[in-house]
Design a protein around this ligand. Structure first.
Ligand SMILES: *Cc1c(COP(=O)(O)O)cnc(C)c1O
Ligand SMILES: [Zn+2]
Length: 389
């Protein structure tokens, strides 16, 4: 594949050189390439590089092997969810989220193209992931974070020693500013929905298909729409290869936090474009609180093509689902990921998903350990252990 070609999902224009957007305004991706080999050779590694066929770049030297995360069958969540639940535990990736899949491919491609610096715009997982992948192969990294970033996230990112620039002002616009500055300064910006990040993140859906419980539905939190685009593209490439009939492809359900749900609103209003929210409320699901999603329309197109809906869930439902995941299934997730179980409960209650259906909740990230008040615990002197125990 000519790695410089880009195509538009919406109007099908093709460009020979990378550029930020199509003339129609929509984001571009690498051309749809039918999968050549399925399933991959069982002897090949369990990381993202298992799907080398579907990736635009070869594995570089260095410790860059995300992916291969477990898909747990979690019957202990079935009653709460109202369907048969599988949990895709993306918190098991090296820096704790699926972003490592896209960062690894983006960093590998930047190395191959001769860049000595990558960058990203993020207030959490993507910054952490990009900085870690850059460190793993010895390339520099710049991250642009909002000036008011939480200190636990800032110190987690700083551990990989990227250049950190805290930016005051419109965070949504920063996505576009960074891509432009990156071209001027020769920094490969790996923002949320750039073609190579999308390419790497396709491996999440390929793993779900390969694991083979014949899923009826995938439930995925959505923010920028980059990851929803990746899942869609993977399904399109499987479909284009004639590997699975349309009826065998899982439906795609996207979830937002009710406090900041521009894509879910557009879906409810039957729109094909997503209007940026001028005012969004705070939510505990901070990783998915993008008021102006750059791939929002593409996420909508994905759901309409594959079948499914976009829903939003409120913070109380998210917290309750997060508790169920830890208490019933022993899985730690950040609130953004708990939205999937909350959404599944809502969708089964609405009859959108049937009790016998097999559903994968994509638990996108493990989080930083924050959230919630300090639990009530007992402190005793060692000499009093016999009275306390
Ligand atoms: C980035 C992120 C998302 C949203 O992914 P997008 O590609 O921005 O839609 C969901 N959950 C977690 C934990 C994330 O870090
Ligand atoms: Zn277009």
């Amino acid at each position: 594949m000519a790695a410089t070609q880009r195509t538009c999902y919406a109007c099908e224009r093709t460009f020979d050189r990378p550029r930020a957007r199509c003339d129609c305004g929509e984001p571009l991706w690498l051309p749809i390439q039918p999968l050549a080999e399925w399933p991959p050779d069982p002897r090949v590694s369990g990381s993202i590089w298992r799907y080398a066929d579907a990736l635009p770049v070869a594995q570089p030297p260095g410790d860059l092997e995300p992916g291969g995360t477990p898909l747990w069958r979690t019957p202990s969540l079935d009653a709460y969810a109202g369907a048969r639940v599988w949990c895709k535990d993306e918190g098991r990736n090296p820096t704790g989220s699926f972003k490592d899949r896209g960062s690894a491919v983006g960093v590998a491609a930047a190395l191959e193209a001769g860049y000595d610096r990558v960058g990203t715009v993020s207030h959490g997982n993507m910054a952490l992931s990009t900085a870690a992948c850059a460190a793993a192969v010895g390339i520099d990294c710049t991250v642009l974070v909002p000036a008011d970033i939480a200190s636990d996230r800032l110190s987690a990112i700083a551990r990989f020693e990227p250049e950190i620039i805290r930016v005051r002002g419109d965070y949504g616009r920063l996505y576009h500013d960074a891509l432009e500055r990156g071209r001027e300064r020769d920094i490969a910006f790996l923002n949320s929905d750039v073609p190579r990040r999308v390419a790497g993140q396709k491996t999440l859906a390929l793993e779900l298909l390969e694991a083979g419980p014949d899923l009826d539905a995938i439930v995925l939190p959505v923010s920028s729409g980059g990851n929803a685009s990746a899942v869609w593209k993977a399904l399109l490439e499987v479909r284009a290869a004639g590997l699975l009939q349309d009826s065998a492809l899982p439906r795609l359900y996207l979830v937002q936090a009710a406090a900041c749900d521009p894509i879910a609103r557009a879906f409810r209003e039957n729109e094909t474009i997503v209007k940026a929210l001028s005012e969004a409320d705070e939510t505990i699901a901070y990783s998915i609180a993008n008021a102006d999603p750059p791939s929002g329309a593409r996420a909508l197109a994905a759901v309409r093509d594959i079948g499914g809906v976009v829903v939003s869930v409120d913070d109380d439902a998210i917290l309750a689902a997060q508790t169920r995941l830890s208490q019933n299934a022993g899985i730690r997730v950040e609130p953004a990921s708990a939205t999937t179980l909350a959404a599944l409960r809502k969708l089964t209650a609405r009859g959108e998903i049937e009790p016998a259906e097999r559903v994968a909740c994509v638990l996108t990230g493990r989080g930083y350990g924050e959230g919630g008040a300090e639990p009530e615990t007992t402190v005793v002197d060692r000499s009093d252990l016999s009275t306390a125990l």
